[in-house]
Design a protein around this ligand. Structure first.
Ligand code: HSE
Length: 305
């Protein structure tokens, strides 16, 4: 039986102002995905550890949907057994569903020797995201697949640019969303002035990565007029917490992906202080899970033993 084991990292999408076009990869946490081929022509999904709210029926699971898309596009009939060892909390804006979808496409490309391009793998894997957020956004799957910082330059056709990112220290307050997705409430009607600022901050994010400037990076990441106002309003105490985090010396703070986790960028020596502030601010939220200290990184999905 042909099989492959993969490590699929957490990603944080939007990175402040880049709604649906920016994402970056984190050193920790990560899931492990095992794929096995068989002749049954059936797809099965098995989740170890956190079965919390994750559907395992194939069309309602991001990994399942991505596999269906790949097999349909390539006209392949084969059985696939997926086992996801969940090591990261789901439904928190860490790109866990995208990581599983991207791992399945990456793994099947290898096992079936399809020779898919990176953009093609991203385009297939993003279709899996429909199962979780109702929209085929490419940011998380691209960052999981390629590692580093991702700019989705185009959606039609999918064209993704990967930038090597310095190892910026990150602190995450992991919180689950109180609803499946808030995407439906997000509007692009932010007015001319804010639109100009949003574009300027997106450009600053890219410039700061090129110049390895954590201060400029953090400042630009802290601004978002599109998703943050909607999602921030669903996180109790978010605005005050963000002020405390920045006042304590973090360079930047915003919501990770679709939320409700909150991400801060700071120096390594500040990580413990930011952790304590986040704990104080969010501890009473019943959807708060834990704090994770990690770093941005350039390693995407990879094969493990
Ligand atoms: N760009 C997506 C969103 C990421 O903001 O909904 C979801 O993690």
């Amino acid at each position: 039986m042909k099989e492959i084991y993969l490590r699929a990292p957490a990603t944080t999408a939007n990175v402040g102002p880049g709604y649906d076009i920016f994402a970056l990869t984190l050193q920790n946490p990560f899931d492990e995905v095992k794929l096995q081929l068989n002749d049954s022509k059936r797809i099965t999904i098995d989740i170890i550890n956190d079965r919390n709210n994750i559907p395992i029926d194939v069309p309602n699971n991001t990994a399942g949907l991505a596999i269906l898309e790949l097999l349909k596009r390539k006209n392949i009939q084969i059985g696939v057994n997926v086992q996801i060892n969940k090591k990261m909390p789901s439904g928190c804006g860490l790109g866990t569903t995208g990581a599983s979808a991207a791992a399945c496409v990456f793994g099947l490309d290898k096992l079936l020797e399809l020779g898919l391009s990176e953009n093609e793998m991203i385009d297939i894997a993003r279709m899996g995201e429909v199962a979780s957020g109702g929209s085929p956004h490419a940011d998380n799957v691209a960052a999981a697949l390629l590692g580093g910082f991702i700019l989705v330059k185009s959606y039609d056709p999918v064209d993704v640019l990967k930038l090597k990112i310095p190892e910026f220290p990150v602190v995450l307050a992991i919180m689950q969303k109180n609803q499946r997705t808030t995407r439906g409430f997000i509007t692009y009607n932010i007015g001319e002035e804010k639109l100009k600022e949003q574009i300027a901050h997106c450009s600053s994010v890219i410039h700061a990565i090129h110049t390895k400037d954590i201060k400029e990076f953090g400042k630009a990441v802290s601004v978002d007029y599109v998703a943050e106002p909607i999602r921030g309003a669903t996180i109790p105490g978010y605005n005050d917490a963000k002020k405390c985090i920045i006042n304590a010396g973090a360079y930047g703070c915003n919501i990770s992906g679709g939320g409700s986790s909150v991400i801060a960028i700071c120096d390594e020596e500040k990580q413990n202080e930011i952790k304590n502030i986040m704990e104080n601010c969010f501890m009473d939220n019943p959807l708060f899970i834990k704090i994770i200290k990690t770093k941005t990184c350039n390693i995407g999905i990879k094969e493990i033993d």
